[in-house]
Design a protein around this ligand. Structure first.
Ligand code: GLC
Length: 893
């Protein structure tokens, strides 16, 4: 009875809260516009050089109304720091007199010795280690009769040249062949912002972090202010949960053809509100800026979009390898409780043979929404529950919110209060806000000691409660009573003993919370890879957490939105990203769920989750047909885990995202510049999901080259659009010719033990190479060399296939028994001969004659020839010969 009452109470209070929030959302979108429109006419233009100095890779300058520093790095990146100063405060008039040209060069050395006073903006920690410094060559721009102050200087470095003018201040960056990369047109400030406007050359813009709207952001205004967006994520939703103020400028095609590097990234390294106006307000300009008078941003030039992404992720860090279980299927619901229901859900998954690796516990597992606690009525023994679920092959991931319930009996609150770990009001009293647990205090994650405290709490919590991963929610931070649904301006943080207003560091809150959580998980299990899922973050969040894109809705429009949003997040450094499959809010229905699970299986993070008061969304909740479709795609996800893991390895090493827009690989193909209803999943799979209700076929654009239909093996020559039949159970998937796709059998969980066979699917046209990475998928031992790197290559010449396998690094012992090979597009074969394996197989055949042993199988429908060899952990070659001779590549009928 007591229990029933409690459930009832929880439901009622939750629904009450939800109703209140949706009403608020209907009124106005209060979380919009902390920065608002800007007017170029009102800018005080930065101008008039006072002093200039050059030191190693830095150029510092003082202007009559500001100052700045340019820092040049070896890989072409420039860090630009600009600081405004009220004109009245300029004391030193001595250098203001216009020198003659002769005087100017005499004065130069003296001026160079006088570094300007530059007060940089508040550091963000997005950039941990700056790249190595560039060697720079500084020249005065030779213009007759004009002083240094007017003509400016030119800095040659890497393969670029930056021309810096001082009256007015501006940078023009040109590449090795003198073509403009980007050019400042107006740089200035107002009382509440610093703005840089550059010349617009019809660029396409990509990246931009978590944003609604299309893939190409040109013509749009993007503003960064982490917000709990409970309202509908519309095309014009200005703020999302996570801010990554990084954009890639991609100039029109003619100008990239020089290949000298005219593509660029711009990253605003600022924890306050920042923005990009990408040609929305001014047709010939694009602008970037922040909500105060100092700005730090980076210009990241590159030859290709890939190069820019690689450089950006070098700057802000790349993701660590995730645990393999993090890439499996995760099932979540607001909320699974009590513990019996959690078990039941797990048992159901197993009984129904739907593979899964994790179950997520939402807020109701807590004792009255007190973080780091369990409701002991519902979860009497979390540790035991964790162990039992572990034995069933499930990890437990628990939600954590930053708000700490104000309750004098609650030790965590008391400790935070006593130690001064909470965000304060200007009067020094801890700020009190409201979240799920009503009155709550907010840890000041800006303080290293508060982060240490939080890390300690995480460590103790996960080790004593059987938890494998943390889901950091509400960390924008969300606060229900303030105007912008976050901490108000009167809230202050403490940074190195100085008070900083919340608005100056707002976008860093979740990022720093994740940093603390990451450290806590690392300390709890030093040789395990942490798993964190976060809603909020800042540039560099990929170092600590995967992101999910918050409270989407069960609508086809939100299914479609997942593509540009995830792709742009990927281009902004976050490779590990996903969306609530089926939609969080509103009621999902069978068709939408089927389409969503198809797409979800091909997103980097794959989780079903939905709100408490909506229709159940487990794969079996929509009837048998949908359950079967779900099983098919979840199975496929598990089969493809070796491929997916390999793509994560690439992201870890290079920053290249797992889910990417086609433009990243095919930047010179004008057809893909705005293409955002299909995408690349890893380097070799093109996914073109059905994104509209009632649709059973769609148009797919295949870029240049050959493509194999994943299902039928039919081949298509790219550079064209095709119509593709896609009934409800069919996700259009295409494999790039010459790809080698590693996979294994369906497993129910990644913790089921070693998989006995690794399969390579070859899609040969001419040949290709796969670098296949493997390790234990769980520990950090790979950092000490305990991994394998295999080079798997194939070539095809007139019906003669050669496959080779070579260990480039061998540090991990797999207990695999066999390797299987499947050659696609083969016309009735085959003789197989292995080379370089003493005593190994020599000739095998698939033909009907009596030759023994028959190891190969030919599927004439699909034209696939497969054979299996024992895995001896060695290097070897295989020759496969078509018996009827190759006919070359041709489109099949
Ligand atoms: C937020 C989260 C959602 C979660 C809910 C309750 O709305 O975005 O995923 O289920 O809070 O914790």
């Amino acid at each position: 009875m007591l229990r029933l009452l409690k459930v009832h109470y929880k439901q009622v209070s939750r629904w009450g809260r939800l109703a209140q929030i949706s009403l608020e959302n209907k009124k106005t979108n209060l979380s919009q516009q902390p920065l608002g429109e800007f007017d170029l006419e009102k800018l005080q233009i930065l101008q008039e050089l006072k002093t200039l100095s050059v030191e190693e890779n830095k150029v510092r300058f003082e202007l009559s109304n500001g100052g700045g520093e340019l820092c040049f790095f070896k890989n072409g990146i420039i860090q630009v720091t600009l600081v405004a100063r009220n004109v009245q405060s300029v004391q030193d008039e001595s250098v203001q007199q216009e020198p003659t040209q002769q005087e100017s060069s005499q004065q130069e050395s003296a001026q160079y010795e006088r570094p300007a006073q530059v007060e940089p903006p508040i550091p963000t920690q997005a950039v941990l280690i700056p790249p190595p410094p560039a060697e720079i060559e500084v020249e005065q721009i030779p213009v007759q009769g004009r002083s240094l102050k007017e003509q400016g200087i030119s800095v040659k470095y890497h393969r670029y040249r930056a021309q810096i003018s001082f009256n007015p201040f501006g940078i023009t960056l040109t590449n090795g062949v003198g073509k403009t990369v980007c050019k400042d047109r107006k740089v200035g400030f107002t009382s509440d912002r610093m703005v840089v406007c550059k010349e617009l050359r019809d660029e396409h813009f990509y990246g931009g972090g978590e944003q609604t709207g299309p893939l190409d952001k040109s013509g749009r205004y993007l503003e960064y202010w982490n917000t709990d967006v409970f309202g509908v994520h519309n095309d014009d939703t200005l703020h999302m949960y996570c801010s990554i103020p990084f954009i890639i400028g991609f100039p029109p095609r003619e100008s990239t053809e020089s290949g000298e590097g005219e593509i660029y990234g711009l990253f605003i390294d600022d924890g306050g509100c920042s923005f990009f106006d990408l040609g929305k307000k001014y047709k010939d300009l694009y602008c970037l800026g922040v909500n105060h008078q100092s700005l730090s941003y980076y210009i990241i030039p590159g030859k290709s979009m890939k190069e820019v992404v690689e450089k950006y992720t070098l700057l802000t860090g790349r993701m660590e390898l995730p645990p393999l279980w993090g890439l499996g299927f995760h099932l979540s619901k607001w909320s699974y409780f009590p513990y019996e229901r959690v078990y039941k859900t797990g048992q159901f998954l197993r009984k129904k043979k739907i593979p899964a690796d994790a179950v997520h516990l939402d807020i109701d597992y807590m004792d009255g929404y007190r973080v780091f606690t369990f409701d002991r009525d519902y979860f009497p023994n979390p540790q035991k529950m964790g162990k039992k679920l572990e034995s069933m092959g499930f990890k437990v991931v628990t939600i954590l919110d930053p708000g700490v319930k104000e309750d004098s009996e609650y030790l965590i609150y008391q400790a935070g209060l006593e130690q001064g770990y909470f965000v304060k009001n200007k009067d020094g009293i801890p700020f009190s806000g409201e979240v799920w647990g009503k009155k709550s205090a907010f840890p000041d994650f800006l303080k290293p000691e508060a982060r240490r405290w939080w890390a300690g709490l995480v460590k103790a919590f996960v080790t004593t409660c059987g938890i494998s991963g943390i889901w950091n929610d509400m960390n924008e931070p969300s606060e229900f009573t303030s105007v912008f649904r976050t901490l108000p301006d009167q809230a202050v943080h403490s940074l190195e003993g100085k008070e900083v207003p919340h608005k100056a560091v707002h976008n860093l809150y979740g990022f720093l919370e994740n940093q603390a959580t990451y450290e806590g998980l690392q300390e709890a299990a030093p040789d395990r890879r942490p798993f964190i899922l976060s809603r909020s973050g800042f540039a560099g969040i990929q170092r600590y957490a995967a992101l999910w894109t918050g409270d989407n809705r069960s609508r086809f429009a939100h299914l479609a939105l997942a593509i540009p949003m995830n792709c742009n997040l990927g281009l902004s450094g976050v490779a590990f990203v996903g969306n609530d499959v089926g939609g969080f809010n509103e009621n999902c229905w069978p068709e939408l769920f089927a389409r969503w699970i198809e797409l979800g299986a091909f997103t980097p993070f794959f989780r079903v989750h939905n709100i408490c008061n909506a229709r159940p969304q487990e794969p079996w909740a929509f009837g048998e047909e949908i359950e079967e479709i779900s099983r098919t795609y979840i199975n496929l996800r598990y089969q493809l885990l070796p491929y997916i893991y390999n793509q994560f390895y690439r992201a870890h090493k290079t920053g290249i995202p797992v889910m990417a827009p086609l433009v990243l690989e095919y930047q010179d193909d004008p057809e893909v510049l705005s293409l955002d209803n299909q995408y690349l999943f890893g380097s070799d799979l093109l996914i073109a999901p059905v994104l509209q209700e009632g649709q059973t076929q769609r148009e797919v654009y295949l870029p240049k080259g050959w493509w194999f239909d994943f299902w039928s093996d039919r081949m298509f020559q790219g550079g064209t659009r095709i119509r593709y039949e896609a009934p409800l159970a069919r996700l259009p998937i295409f494999v790039k010719a010459d790809a080698i796709i590693p996979s294994w059998e369906v497993i129910q969980t990644t913790s089921a033990g070693p998989v006995r066979e690794l399969r390579f699917d070859f899609y040969p046209v001419t040949g290709g190479t796969l670098y296949y990475y493997e390790d234990d998928g769980e520990t950090t031992h790979y950092k000490k060399g305990q991994y394998n790197m295999l080079e798997v290559a194939h070539s095809l010449e007139q019906g003669d296939y050669k496959i080779s396998l070579k260990y480039l690094h061998k540090g991990f012992t797999s207990s695999r028994e066999t390797l299987s090979f499947r050659l696609h597009g083969v016309r009735g074969l085959c003789r197989v001969e292995t080379v370089g394996r003493p005593g190994a197989v020599d000739f095998t055949t698939c033909s009907d004659d009596e030759q023994e042993p028959v190891k190969g199988v030919y599927n004439s429908d699909k034209r696939i020839f497969s054979f299996t060899l024992p895995d001896q952990g060695d290097d070897f070659e295989v020759h496969v010969q078509e018996e009827q001779g190759g006919e070359g590549v041709g489109e099949s009928d």
